[in-house]
Design a protein around this ligand. Structure first.
Ligand SMILES: Cc1cc2nc3c(=O)[nH]c(=O)nc-3n(C[C@H](O)[C@H](O)[C@H](O)COP(=O)(O)OP(=O)(O)OC[C@H]3O[C@@H](n4cnc5c(N)ncnc54)[C@H](O)[C@@H]3O)c2cc1C
Length: 336
């Protein structure tokens, strides 16, 4: 998305969408030698850019409109990410609205409602909107999310026109409705199915559960399913629990604390979502929850999974099992 602000076309201001954008940023750093970067938007891409630019030696300011970094994640997870950024010298400003970008001598000035931020390089990463102009002009029907409405075979409302990837909706198994969640993993699967069906196959996309992750400095962060934003947005009745547990055998070298939030449906006990942050094996542990969501497992079923234990990999109760137990007991009021 291009925000409706001035200065987006100034030299040193970049959006990051395609590989060529990444190459242009790298070239600018190599040639212009910027000392200071401002990143507008603290979503996945803004956070990843903060990491990368800091590693390149730039002073980095992250400017986020919402009151927390990685909006959509739970405050406890967002807080850990903010702390990791600050620990590595990144300046994080939340609750700030960017109003424009101007030149300031040889430098750039990012104008905000809290005052200007001087930078030599600006990255605009405020989110993604589906590119549906071509589809719309062809009379292809859009869904309520604004992306192209497709069925499980990736068919649109017009015979012979299929849609897949960032322009299309995906069926969310947890919510039981189409959503817009543009990710490479979904684009690949949908694209294969659309291509096969376009030449006569009858393949169906199983849908998504909403799994994504990223790394920032030493921290891995990942989520699957729904969080409190979707739970309140769709009027679900859920309970949640926050747990903190060792990533490996308690005294094993490299063991760190993993923080997990689990959401479960109050009435049925079905797991609805999980979010994790920690400096060890988080991104792959979230896949256990993703699998549980695909299988529509209850929290008790997750709690009793036979997961691998050996000190180099996990404590005897894996953080996934502990997190499920804590969330279940949050609903009963008993101690974990
Ligand atoms: C910086 C960044 C990091 C990301 N990291 C991850 C990640 O870690 N994990 C993950 O799952 N996803 C990630 N994503 C998302 C992932 O890249 C996208 O979901 C995926 O590329 C979508 O694939 P696509 O084929 O639908 O669209 P695209 O990859 O955008 O490809 C669409 C192509 O169509 C072309 N096009 C558009 N309109 C027309 C037209 N009218 N005529 C002809 N061509 C046209 C475009 O130029 C483009 O080349 C990331 C995205 C970005 C920007």
């Amino acid at each position: 998305m291009r925000p409706p602000i001035s200065g987006l076309d100034l030299p040193g201001v970049f959006l990051l969408r395609e590989l060529t954008d990444g190459a242009a940023i790298k070239r600018f750093i190599d040639e212009a030698g910027p000392r200071c970067a401002a990143i507008i938007g603290a979503g996945y891409i803004g956070i990843e850019m903060a990491d990368v630019l800091s590693r390149r030696g730039l002073t980095v300011h992250v400017l986020e409109h919402a009151n927390q970094v990685i909006p959509g994640f739970e405050p406890v997870i967002s807080g850990i990410v903010g702390e990791e950024l600050r620990r590595h010298g990144v300046h994080v400003d939340t609750g700030v609205t960017v109003q424009g970008i101007d030149t300031a001598g040889q430098r750039l000035s990012v104008l905000t409602d809290k005052g200007p931020v001087t930078a030599d390089l600006v990255i605009v990463s405020i989110g993604v909107r589906p590119n549906v102009a071509l589809a719309r002009s062809a009379g292809v029907q859009l869904g309520t999310t604004g992306a192209i409405a497709v069925d499980a075979m990736q068919r649109t409302n017009i015979a012979g026109i299929f849609a897949a990837g960032d322009c299309a909706e995906a069926f969310n198994q947890v919510l039981g409705r189409p959503v817009y969640m543009p990710l490479g993993t979904t684009a690949n699967k949908q694209g294969k199915i659309a291509g096969a069906n376009a030449v006569g196959a009858e393949e169906r996309f199983a849908g998504i559960v909403g799994t994504a992750g990223f790394r920032v400095f030493d921290l891995e962060v990942a989520r699957t399913g729904v969080g409190s934003t979707e739970i309140s947005g769709y009027g679900l009745d859920a309970i949640s629990g926050v747990s903190r547990h060792s990533s490996r055998g308690h005294h094993f070298p490299g063991s760190v604390q993993i923080t997990t939030v689990v959401f479960i449906d109050r009435a049925s006990g079905r797991v609805l979502g999980a979010q994790m942050a920690g400096a060890d094996t988080v991104a792959k542990r979230i896949d256990v929850f993703a699998t549980a969501l695909h299988a529509r497992m209850s929290v008790r079923e997750v709690e009793s999974l036979d997961l691998c234990y050996a000190p180099p990999f996990a404590p005897v109760y894996d953080p996934v099992l502990i997190a499920a137990s804590v969330a279940r007991k949050a609903g009963t009021g008993s101690s974990p």
